[in-house]
Design a protein around this ligand. Structure first.
Ligand SMILES: Cc1ncc(COP(=O)(O)O)c(C=O)c1O
Length: 435
């Protein structure tokens, strides 16, 4: 007899889709149904995610290698047993959210660990819940320190859905909300001259993802980030680096900006922002870390001027500390480097087999973008690859590119299987083209 679970599969998928449509988000349900993927995620374990039922009545449930990793949330896979055990122990000891107005043992310990790992002298951390919140914090603090308002970001970049974070983004994310803040400018990513032209005495900060994910997994030319650092120093602007997706070991180096892009390129920004992976897939937590000189400009007159009730929850801090311990281990990073090589070789091979369809494969470690010549091909490939059993998605601001981010704990035999499935999906696109 199949054991009935208490929380997963409580109702038939059809009924859950009806409830989701009625009470959460109807257009989203219609989007997935139209793609033949109208399913509800059910059991998850390691790097596998299963749907409750098949997309259609007579079809089996989907069983997917999660190569989305939700942008790094599932770096350690789903329900990593060490993380689950850590959370259970913390709950059993009586830890809870904690009170954000009070001081905190867990925030002190996590802050110390972050300072130990962060590049250069970045050593202070303000906690939040989501990535957008932590980005807002970094931009707010840059404004407080510089007493300037302008902010420069990259075309196609994405830093979140909240106030200042949203203002840094592309029009398609903000126009509907009438959200064009004055002084927020975008320049093409990787173009130093364009950056130099817009940065001036009004610039509070430059904000960049080290590997812009939503923009299409872009790889900056060597020397770009050191030059951006220089531009910031010359203009007296803050450099904010968003490693919500690319940090925490994703490139095979703990920080993408500090050795993860080019081995000899080690840049120390003024701010480092993290989220997604800080949760270890279990407990939401984001961090805005910065150099110590910034603290005085923000908190000196009022230590309660920036607060977040659920930011830096004590249970979340315990989880994040354990995650950092695991992911910063040199053996763990060596594993990511080795798996990254396997994945890169396999993806390049697929690109070589389909040169009429795939334009470029680019990335670092276990973060890869596959760019197609035609947007319709990338969308078709995405659906075919998901149906083959690998969950991935297109880049929100560059739909001709698929972003593929297996969990960092992926093993060689699993990558071999994933690569076969990706190749099968691409092959279907070619076959459809012939018809
Ligand atoms: C690079 C990057 N920064 C910031 C964010 C915002 O994070 P959140 O959705 O937790 O607000 C995201 C979310 O996808 C992201 O990819």
């Amino acid at each position: 007899m199949v054991d009935k679970k208490k929380y997963i599969g409580t109702l038939a998928q059809k009924e859950l889709l009806r409830l989701y449509t009625k009470y959460v988000n109807g257009p989203k349900v219609r989007f997935f149904k139209a793609a033949g993927l109208g399913v509800i995620p059910g059991e998850r374990d390691g790097i596998i995610l299963k749907s409750l039922e098949g997309p259609r009545a007579n079809e089996p449930p989907l069983e997917l290698f999660n190569c989305r990793s939700s942008g790094g949330v599932f770096n350690l896979g789903h329900c990593n047993p060490v993380i689950v055990q850590t959370l259970k122990e913390a709950l059993d000891e009586g830890l809870d959210l904690g009170d954000h107005q009070l001081l905190s043992e867990q925030r002190a310990l996590l802050g110390q660990k972050m300072a130990e790992l962060l590049p250069g002298d970045i050593s202070k951390t303000t906690f939040g819940v989501s990535g957008g919140e932590a980005i807002d914090c970094a931009i707010k603090f840059s404004r407080a320190y510089t007493k300037r308002k302008d902010c420069v970001s990259a075309v196609g970049g994405y830093h979140g859905h909240t106030g200042f974070a949203l203002a840094t983004g592309d029009p398609n994310f903000k126009d509907n909300f009438l959200w064009n803040l004055p002084g927020f400018k975008q320049v093409p990513f990787g173009d130093v001259e364009a950056m130099r032209k817009v940065v001036d005495k009004n610039t509070s900060c430059i904000i960049l993802e080290t590997i812009p994910a939503t923009a299409g997994v872009l790889i900056a030319p060597e020397g770009y980030f050191p030059e951006v650092r220089e531009i910031c120093d010359e203009a007296g602007a803050m450099m904010i680096i968003d490693e919500v997706q690319a940090g925490l070991g994703r490139t095979g180096h703990f920080w993408a900006i500090y050795g993860g892009m080019y081995p000899n390129e080690k840049v120390v920004p003024d701010f480092m922002v993290l989220s997604k992976g800080m949760s270890a897939g279990i407990y939401p937590l984001s961090t805005c870390s910065y150099k110590p000189f910034i603290e005085k400009a923000v908190f000196k007159d009022d230590p309660f001027i920036h607060i977040s009730t659920t930011g830096g929850a004590e249970l979340g801090c315990v989880v994040a500390l354990k995650m950092l311990e695991i992911q910063s281990d040199p053996k763990f990073l060596d594993h990511v480097k080795a798996m990254g090589k396997v994945f890169e070789t396999g993806l390049q091979e697929i690109a070589k087999n389909y040169p009429q369809i795939i334009k470029e494969v680019r990335g670092r470690g276990l973060m890869w973008g596959v760019e197609f010549y035609k947007e319709e091909h990338s969308l078709l490939a995405m659906i075919s690859i998901i149906k083959e059993g690998v969950l991935l998605n297109y880049c929100g601001n560059k739909k001709d590119t698929l972003i593929i981010m297996p969990p960092l704990v992926v093993q060689k035999n699993e990558l071999d299987e994933i690569l076969i499935k990706i190749q099968n999906g691409v092959k279907k696109v070619k076959e459809l083209g012939k018809k």
